[in-house]
Structures are given as structure tokens and as C-alpha cells.
Ligand binder design. Structure first.
Ligand SMILES: Cc1ncc(COP(=O)(O)O)c(C=O)c1O
Length: 394
């Protein structure tokens, strides 16, 4: 098998399949009628699957947002950041102390958000370096924190945090654990219940291959109880559009408080059906296989990877440019080889590129894309060994 046409290997937004695109082209329906509630029922059920929660019915009127566990899912009309803001702004009061370790741009964004809504302790690590769990432990020993928030899969640096260990630490210290799972949910193992995570956030356009501009949160009962308890207290945060209380009132009726992103919900629901059909574990395994291939291939070709070895992400690989190469390489890759990857952010702009291995990307497309990337490096006079790219993806 070969891959013709463009290679789109960006760590989100990822390519949407035809069913998802067709669903979004459905002529308008009302936001309050049974047709939309049917779509929300399917979307809720698909989301529970993607979040690795217990199953729910996909038929309207059957509490589709809930299952046998402690969690409900709430769809947010807005990108992943809106989902994250909904979690942070509702869950904390201005004086609640939260611990946010970071090792990249999106973690730093979580920290910045927390700085607006609560009392932040930011443990800042270099981009791509694993958190120092001992240091975190020492901080939690102080017994002053309400929660730990992490960006689970740090897309800017290609590193996945050791969520299991952090979850265990949070349970031991009796603090809430909250995850930005925007590029992990649907793409790598996430275990909300086992980790006792109070809240997790996913963005449609990443590992679930849905449209940009819609997100969802999964929250447990202790999160909900806390939100209700602090509401009305002097130091809670100002909220309107992202207020969780009206969303919770509407949720078991497959409704939303404001006009939902109707056509995006239609598209996402279709994308989630494909995920369910493919199987969550098989999607995770495919990402592992692709990321492993990319990592080993580029390492063998003499490139350096940004992230610490033990925690390299399966949904995005951050690769440093060799000396003398910058983002002109990416422009050529796009213009001449019809292949897109993404560049570095902030201080790493022009110094690296990132390859996404998420969503519905196929191995065949990844192999072709890698061949084109290597060829494009040769165009820049980078001396590379002769390698059999395909063999890295067996
Ligand atoms: C880990 C992570 N968190 C948050 C975001 C921001 O999400 P959005 O752009 O959907 O608001 C991104 C986007 O790339 C991300 O990768």
C-alpha cells in the first residue's frame, strides 16, 4: 500500500474523515428539538468511550452523559481551552491553593489560567524535562494544596507526564487531581477512575479526529459537590458562559444552556463512532507504533529528541533541527513535498519540528511522510544514512 497526496502529520487539528465532514454539512436543525438531543445522546456516549469511562446508552432520555461510575461528561462549545477554563473557574475560589508543575507551553497555560482563578504555585521545569516527583512530594507535604493540575501530554515538547505516579501522590495527600487531556484522551491510556481524577478535558480536534472548536469535560461527583458548595461564597470566581451549574441542570436532558455548536457536535459524534469501531486500545496501540517508528528513525538518522527518554509522547514527537536547518525546511516540506508537520513554539521556534501521530492518521501516511521529511532534509544538505523507513513501522 502506498499513500498518495498530501501528508498531514500535525499534532492537531487532525484530518477529519468523510463521515464527520458530511455530518457537519447536515442542513440546520433546531437546538432544542429531539433531533439535536439524539445527536447529543450519541455524542455523550461516544465521549464516555473516548474518556475510558463506563459505557452509557446512546439513546436520548437514558442519562447518556452518565454511566456506572462517578463521572458525567459535559460538552463545551469552545476549543479545549474553554473546557479547561470551565474546570478551573468553577472548581476553585480565588484563595484555593493549587500546584501546577509544567514542562512546556500548554502546562504553562494551565498555570497562567490558574493564576487568574486561584492561588497558584507554579513548579516550572525546562521544556521536555520530566517533573521532579520528589520535589512535588515535598511541596504536597506542606498540606496546603487543594489540587494538582497537569497538562498530561505536553504537545509543545512531546512529553507525557507520569500520570499514574502523580495520581497516587494526590490520593496519598488527599488533593484533587485534574488533567488537561487535550492531546491524550482517545490517543493514549487514560484511566480517570483508577487515577481518581476529579476532572479531565479533551479537545475534539486532536486524538479523536473531530472538528476544531468543540471540547468536553469529564467530572466526578466530588468535583460537582465542590462546585455547588463554593457557589455563592464571597471569593468564588465570576462566571457566566462557562458556568457549570446551568450546564449540569441541562445535562441529563441532552441539552445545553446556550445554543450549542450544533454542526460541530454532529461531526464529532461521527468521529467518535469511528474511534469506537476502531477500538480505543487499538487506537492507542497504533499511536505507540507510529511514535516509536518516528522516534527510532530520527534517532538512527542522528537527530536529537527534545523530551526525556522515559516519557516521550505517543501522540507527538518533538525533534530538534540539525545545525544549519530552520523552519525554511518546513516551508519546503509543505510546498514541494505536500507534507505538513508543525514547528516549535516560543523559545524553540525555528529550532525544532513536531510530528503528530494522533487521530485517524494511518501507518502508511506516516511512512510516506517520513520518507518525504528525510528527502527534504537531504535537499538541505543534511548528511543522512540510507535507511529503510518502512522497517521502523513494522
Ligand atoms: C495539551 C494542549 N492543551 C491545550 C491546548 C489548547 O487547546 P485549544 O487550542 O483546543 O484551545 C492544546 C492545543 O494544541 C494542547 O495541545
Amino acid at each position: 500500500m502506498s499513500h498518495d497526496g498530501d501528508c498531514f502529520l500535525v499534532p492537531g487539528p487532525t484530518r477529519m474523515n468523510q463521515k464527520c465532514l458530511d455530518a457537519m454539512a447536515t442542513p440546520v436543525i433546531t437546538a432544542r428539538g429531539t433531533e439535536f438531543r439524539d445527536i447529543m445522546a450519541e455524542l455523550n456516549s461516544g465521549l464516555r468511550y473516548a474518556f475510558n469511562l463506563s459505557p452509557s446508552s446512546d439513546k436520548r432520555g437514558n442519562n447518556t452523559w452518565a454511566g456506572d461510575d462517578d463521572y458525567v461528561v459535559v460538552v463545551v462549545s469552545g476549543s479545549g481551552t474553554a473546557g479547561m477554563e470551565m474546570v478551573v473557574a468553577n472548581r476553585f475560589r480565588r484563595n484555593d491553593r493549587v500546584l501546577v508543575p509544567t514542562n512546556g507551553k500548554f502546562g504553562e497555560r494551565v498555570a497562567e489560567m490558574c493564576d487568574r482563578y486561584c492561588n497558584l504555585k507554579h513548579m516550572r521545569y525546562e521544556w521536555g524535562r520530566a517533573f521532579d516527583l520528589y520535589e512535588m512530594e515535598m511541596e504536597l507535604e506542606k498540606g496546603i494544596y487543594e489540587a494538582v493540575l497537569i497538562c498530561h501530554n505536553e504537545t509543545s515538547a512531546g512529553i507525557t507526564q507520569d500520570a499514574e505516579a502523580i495520581a497516587e501522590m494526590c490520593q496519598r495527600h488527599d488533593v484533587a487531581f485534574i488533567l488537561d487531556g487535550i492531546t491524550s484522551i482517545g490517543g493514549m491510556p487514560v484511566h480517570p477512575e483508577k487515577w481518581n481524577a476529579e476532572a479531565l478535558v479533551v479537545g475534539a480536534q486532536k486524538c479523536t479526529a473531530g472538528p476544531s472548536g468543540i471540547a468536553a469535560i469529564a467530572i466526578n461527583q466530588s468535583f460537582i459537590e465542590r462546585v455547588k458548595k463554593i457557589r455563592g461564597q464571597d471569593d468564588n470566581n465570576a462566571l457566566f458562559y462557562l458556568d457549570l451549574i446551568p450546564a449540569l441542570k441541562k445535562g441529563d436532558d441532552e441539552q445545553t444552556p446556550w445554543t450549542p455548536a450544533i454542526n460541530l457536535a454532529m461531526g464529532w459524534s461521527e468521529a467518535l463512532k469511528v474511534l469506537r469501531h476502531e477500538g480505543l486500545e487499538s487506537r492507542w496501540n497504533k499511536a505507540t507504533k507510529m511514535a516509536n517508528g518516528v522516534r527510532n528513525l530520527f534517532l538512527d538518522c542522528g537527530f536529537e529528541l527534545l523530551a526525556d527518554e522515559q516519557q516521550r509522547s505517543d501522540s507527538v514527537t518533538a525533534i530538534m533541527y540539525p545545525g544549519g536547518v530552520d523552519d525554511k525546511w518546513r516551508s519546503r516540506l509543505k510546498d514541494v513535498y505536500h507534507t505538513q508537520v508543525i514547528g516549535g513554539q516560543d523559545h524553540l521556534k525555528g529550532k525544532m519540528f513536531r510530528v503528530g501521530s494522533m487521530g485517524e492518521t494511518t501507518l502508511v501516511e506516516m511512512i510516506e511522510g517520513c520518507n518525504r521529511m528525510l528527502q527534504c532534509f537531504r535537499d538541505f544538505d543534511v548528511d543522512l544514512p540510507q535507511v529503510d523507513v518502512e522497517s521502523y513501522f513494522q
